[in-house]
Ligand binder design. Structure first.
Ligand code: G1P
Ligand code: ZN
Length: 544
């Protein structure tokens, strides 16, 4: 088959962000745009030549076309075998699972995660290394550097292969294996969790749940695992058919965007347990009857209860959380004598800690939790963890979390997002905050005494790499915190995230409303950063 060498010119905007390269679909559709980035992966990740590549995406608009382009380029670049999910589909955690299980040389995942899809929506691409995790900064920077000087890419003169039939094909010297996207992942879940116990819970007839796949990738995974393997009643999975535009929705599992499933947890016929996952299946939201579990609490509860779960009963190595995530898990680690790490935002920072067996569980406030079973956060895994816990402990979600608060104290938590603000205004705000840091410690703001104020920097304890400018932190003497950072995943303007946390050990006061508890801190946060005058926004776009 003829290999074509196509002349191209660099694009200047191909630096991957928090999680790969994300742009509007139309940018990816521009001639050579996707190809330049993909060729830069092949040119810098030389193990792929003669190696095996996992390939799949979340099914959003342009997924199919992009998969075909990448398969042709993989063949032209000498990849020995491409393992691709049927229909071009793979959830992000399932792709990570496959890379690890079949010891491949890496994987390419097509997704813009929770960002909306469709012709006017977002698209994305990221490279995962042989450990199954998102490429670390050294790798993404090398790929980016290559995109700045690329002059040509290689592809094959071939139209399209059949992605819909499971089986093996060949394209020139390259084997293409189209696989069931769910089977290997489901087998891994069965190893980790007590499926018999969960089945008994569903069989009891006393327990009901709904899982909202938000018309995204987890539909087929959740239907197979929850309804077929675990016996949950048909209809447990809602919005379970993946659509290219996610049904016009915003596939982000939070109280705002996953509102439909939230409503099913209240009222006379409220379900006992509900959950949702995002576009590519790595995020999760956990709900009980009339009860929302913050992602930070979910991680802490998992750490405190891991011994109840089959796959973790032998003990866990340690835990990690991203810096803006609440310190709830730190308290569990302290009491259980576990190591606890604070990393910058983004899953890629957990990879080294997991590989070095320093940690077993990790999570982010942004609806992400995971463990050493793969190297991505994993939405359905978190749901199964909770289901297993409910089955073993025979308590409700609310009872489990309240008991946790009584034992460890409660970390009230909220996040304000100001989306699509002017980039210069956002940068100006961060510069302004930076300039105030030195003077803040020791001052009193509305009764709160500033303990420390800094711009978070992280030294990876495994490879010594340093990541600076990871967010401004202001900590108060009572344990509360305000954190500011700019999003690295957006595709339009800038998004300012303000993370707020307050600690309460008094059980009598743990039932207070989050908004009420956080109000004084919110006011302080808005004031110090001059948010209203600098962004022109009186209110955030989303509060979670
Ligand atoms: C956001 C989240 C971050 C998460 C990332 C990918 O990144 O805040 O925790 O790892 O999405 O899901 P951000 O937009 O804040 O850079
Ligand atoms: Zn995601």
């Amino acid at each position: 088959m003829e290999i074509l060498t196509i002349t191209t010119q660099p694009f200047s905007d191909q630096r991957p962000g928090t999680s790969g390269l994300r742009k509007k679909v139309r940018i990816f559709q521009a001639p050579h745009y996707l190809e330049n980035f993909v060729q830069s992966i092949f040119d810098t990740q030389t193990d792929l030549k003669g190696g095996v590549l996992v390939l799949g995406g979340d099914g959003r608009y342009y997924n199919r076309q992009a998969i075909q382009i990448i398969i042709r380029m993989a063949a032209a670049n000498g990849v020995a075998k491409v393992i691709v999910g049927q229909g071009g589909l793979l959830s992000t955690p399932a792709a990570s699972c496959l890379i690890r299980k079949y010891q491949t040389n890496g994987g390419i995942i097509l997704s813009a995660s929770h960002n909306p899809g469709g012709p006017d929506g977002d698209f994305g691409i990221k490279f995962n290394t042989a450990n199954g995790g998102p490429a670390p900064e050294g790798v993404t920077e090398a790929i980016f550097a290559h995109t700045r000087k690329i002059t040509e890419y290689r592809t094959l003169a071939f139209d399209a292969i059949d992605l819909d039939t499971i089986g093996s094909l060949s394209l020139g010297q390259t084997g293409v294996e189209v696989i069931d996207p769910v089977a290997d992942y489901a087998a891994l879940m069965e190893d980790l969790f007590d499926f018999d116990r969960i089945r008994q819970l569903f069989d009891s007839g006393l327990f009901s749940m709904r899982f909202d796949a938000m018309h995204a990738i987890t539909g087929p995974y959740a239907k197979r695992i929850l309804e077929e393997m675990l016996g949950a009643e048909p209809g447990t999975v809602i919005n379970g058919d993946p659509k290219e535009d996610f049904g016009g929705g915003h596939p982000d599992p939070n109280l705002v965007h996953a509102h439909e499933v939230v409503t099913l947890t209240s009222g006379r016929n409220a379900v006992d347990f509900a959950a949702a996952s995002d576009g590519d299946g790595d995020r999760n939201m956990i709900l009980g009857r009339n009860f929302f579990v913050t992602p930070s609490d979910s991680l802490a509860v998992m750490a405190a209860n891991a011994h109840h779960i089959k796959g973790y009963a032998g003990g866990i190595n340690g835990v990690a959380r991203s810096m803006p995530t609440s310190q709830a898990v730190d308290r569990v680690a302290e009491e259980l004598g576990l190591d606890c790490y604070e990393t910058p935002t983004g899953w890629k920072f957990f990879g080294n800690l997991l590989d070095a067996k320093r940690i077993t569980l990790c999570g982010e406030e942004s609806f992400g939790t995971g463990s050493d079973h793969v190297r991505e956060k994993d939405g359905l895994w978190a749901v199964l963890f909770w289901l297993n816990l409910l089955a073993v402990r025979k308590m409700s979600v609310k009872e489990i979390v309240q008991e946790h608060w009584w034992r460890f104290g409660r970390n009230f938590y909220t996040r304000y997002d100001y989306e699509g603000i002017d980039t210069e205004a956002a940068n100006g705000l961060m510069t302004h905050l930076q300039a105030r840091l030195a003077d803040l410690p020791g001052t009193t703001l509305d009764g709160y005494i500033v303990d420390y104020a800094d711009n978070f920097a992280y030294t990876d304890p495994v490879d010594g790499s340093v990541s600076k400018n990871q967010g401004v932190r202001i900590g108060f003497t009572d344990g509360s915190r305000i954190v500011y950072r700019l999003s690295g995943t957006g595709t339009a303007g800038a998004t300012l995230r303000v993370y707020l946390e307050a600690y309460e050990s008094d059980t009598e006061k743990q039932g207070r409303k989050t908004a009420e508890v956080m109000h004084p801190l919110v006011e302080i946060a808005i004031g110090i950063a001059e948010i209203v005058s600098r962004t022109g926004r009186k209110e955030p776009t989303v509060i979670t």
